[in-house]
Write a protein that binds this ligand. Structure first.
Ligand SMILES: [Cu+2]
Length: 378
């Protein structure tokens, strides 16, 4: 398939859906004229709320926010630009045409509070080839906003939804007929909707944190040629058929954190100090995963990420189903280099799903010590 035909197909699909939506809206308006209770007039209430603009930052970092809200509900404005870009997945030179929210895999983590309105301006960069949209798992309404946000290259739109469910949720692109391809091409991220009075442990006591890291796990399906070499393409559309063929094997060539093997290790490792409490948001928009902090624990874990449920305590490994974002909170007690992995260890050590947390501080011999150093046994 040529890139041109993909573009035309996706654009036409977008036009068809937009036409259908217009009809739905007209029907709803007609019904409302006869029975005003059918449609809730949300706009006047929203108009009276304070507004705040939040600039998103690249993962694993997260924009400044209040763990406990000091105000009532607000309209929180975000802006994201969709960028199609060729990225390198590992040092063997595997290249991939990613579709991204704001240029990163995963897209940025948004943080709001329960009762806030999320107002997203979504821009499809004019240099792109494909139509894109966004489906928020945290939103209420058909397709999570997907049908209301279909933007062709060079277009933008604005979606507003009320954050009624507290938790961490995935968002992802969901264009008609091409949902899986866009999602496994990197087009997903997460939003955290905090309770206004903050997180609570099982006993109802506040759970605070000093910093947040956002880990987005991504499976990639990179085609190879007859000799086993990574194939390269001039555009996303040109890669489409080959990538889908690999996708259908359900066998990823890469399972990585934050877009590439080693994106969160070495110089890019996450950093913390002994005594610091770190909140780790972990999302996987397509496959199941099982995060594990080697040498630490999940002190408070919302594995499926929803804050009306009490967290589990003191876990070794937790299970995050595909299409879900989870939250783990841990206070570091020992210094060192901690590996944070998907404890499918083949995916961690052979396919790339591993990160490092470098922790500074004083070693506690009571918790662990080398009683006898390795030496000859006789
Ligand atoms: Cu997309």
């Amino acid at each position: 398939m040529t890139s041109l035909s993909v573009s035309r197909r996706t654009i036409l699909a977008g036009a068809a859906i937009a036409g259908a939506l217009t009809q739905v809206r007209s029907a709803a308006a007609g019904a409302a004229a006869g029975a005003e209770a059918v449609l809730t007039p949300a706009a006047p209430d929203v108009a009276s709320l304070p507004r705040v603009k939040v600039k998103l930052v690249d993962p694993p970092f997260v924009h400044d926010h209040e763990p406990v809200a000091s105000t009532g509900p607000r309209v929180v404005e975000f802006e994201m630009t969709i960028i199609e870009k060729k990225i390198t997945l590992d040092d063997s030179g595997a290249e991939y045409w990613a579709s991204t929210f704001n240029g990163t895999v995963p897209g940025p983590l948004m943080v709001v509070h329960e009762g806030d309105y999320v107002e997203l301006t979504l821009i499809n960069d004019a240099a792109n080839e494909l139509m894109h949209n966004i489906d928020f798992h945290s939103a209420t309404g058909a397709l999570g906003g997907g049908a209301l946000t279909q933007v062709n290259p060079g277009e933008k739109c604005v979606l507003r939804f009320k954050a009624t469910k507290p938790g961490v949720f995935v968002y992802h692109c969901a264009p008609p007929g091409m949902v899986a391809w866009h999602v496994v091409s990197g087009m997903n991220g997460a939003i955290m909707v905090l309770p206004r009075d903050g997180l609570k442990d099982r006993a109802g006591k506040p759970v605070t944190y000093d910093k947040v890291f956002y880990i987005g796990e991504q499976d990639f399906y990179v085609p190879r040629d007859e000799e086993g070499r990574w194939k390269t393409y001039a555009s996303p559309g040109e890669s489409y058929e080959d990538v889908v063929t690999v996708m259908k094997t359900l066998t990823p060539t890469h399972v990585v954190f934050n877009g590439a093997v080693g994106a969160l290790t070495g110089d890019n490792a996450m950093k913390a100090k002994v005594g610091e409490t770190v909140a780790f948001v972990h999302s996987q928009a397509n496959r199941d995963t099982r995060p594990h902090l080697i040498g630490g624990h999940g002190n408070h874990v919302w594995a499926t990420g929803k804050f009306r449920n009490p967290p589990e305590e003191g876990l070794e490994t937790w299970f995050i189903p595909g299409g879900t974002a989870g939250l783990m909170v841990y206070t570091f007690e020992q210094p060192g280099v901690y590996a944070y992995v998907n404890h499918n260890l083949i995916e961690a050590f052979e396919l790339g799903a591993a990160a490092h947390v470098v922790v500074e501080g004083e070693w506690n011999d009571d918790l662990m010590m080398q009683v006898v150093a390795p030496a000859a046994a006789v």
